[in-house]
Design a protein around this ligand. Structure first.
Ligand SMILES: [Zn+2]
Length: 185
């Protein structure tokens, strides 16, 4: 599990806008970065057919549980030859709030190799979400806590194998990573 974000975003030029739109209405691909596995966007960078939430095996989830832009997409890097990217990266420039993607129970709050400070939430028997590279956890957050969708759970950072402040977000169904941008469609 080394190198959760083998090609995590590097710091962009100072002119890049980090938080172009609320996570609840639209999501943009980050401008001024080389974004791997980027979804199709409109000319102003908005992801086409983006929906703020989806339902995955009975769990209602946010596709992007921070305010930021998509700096790396899901899937194998470099056209299939590279390392699998098991989630999406959401760049926030500076430490920003991370919200629980869905209602559930906190399964772990700990530091993991490559991922850095990490939270895992179990939403139901099949669905979990993982949040990695945090700078800090929400105060008092502990294993076993029940959280609502949208609850503050931590702050983005660059702990573990990361080169810019972002959230690495994974949606796991039966333990297998799925694309947070399209899962549930
Ligand atoms: Zn990542």
């Amino acid at each position: 599990m080394l190198a959760a974000c083998a090609t995590a975003p590097t710091k962009p030029s100072p002119t890049v806008s980090a938080a172009p739109a609320p996570a609840h209405s639209a999501l943009k691909v980050c401008a001024g970065m080389g974004v791997s596995n980027a979804p199709k966007t409109t000319s102003d960078g908005r992801i086409i057919n983006y929906e703020a939430t989806t339902t995955v095996s009975g769990a209602k989830l946010m596709r992007a549980p921070v305010r930021g832009c998509l700096s790396s997409g899901f899937g194998p890097r470099h056209g299939g030859a590279g390392r699998m990217h098991k989630g999406v990266d959401l760049f926030t420039r500076t430490p920003g709030k991370i919200f629980a993607g869905g209602a559930g129970v906190v399964e772990s709050v700990d530091t993991q190799r490559g991922y850095g400070r990490t939270i895992l939430i179990r939403h139901n028997a099949r669905v979990k979400t993982r949040y990695a590279h945090l700078s800090a956890y929400a105060r008092g957050l502990s294993r076993g806590d029940k959280v609502r969708r949208g609850a503050l759970i931590g702050y983005t950072g660059e702990s573990g194998n990361a080169t810019a402040v972002h959230l690495h977000y994974e949606v796991l169904v039966d333990g297998r990573p799925r694309n947070p941008m399209t899962v549930g469609r």
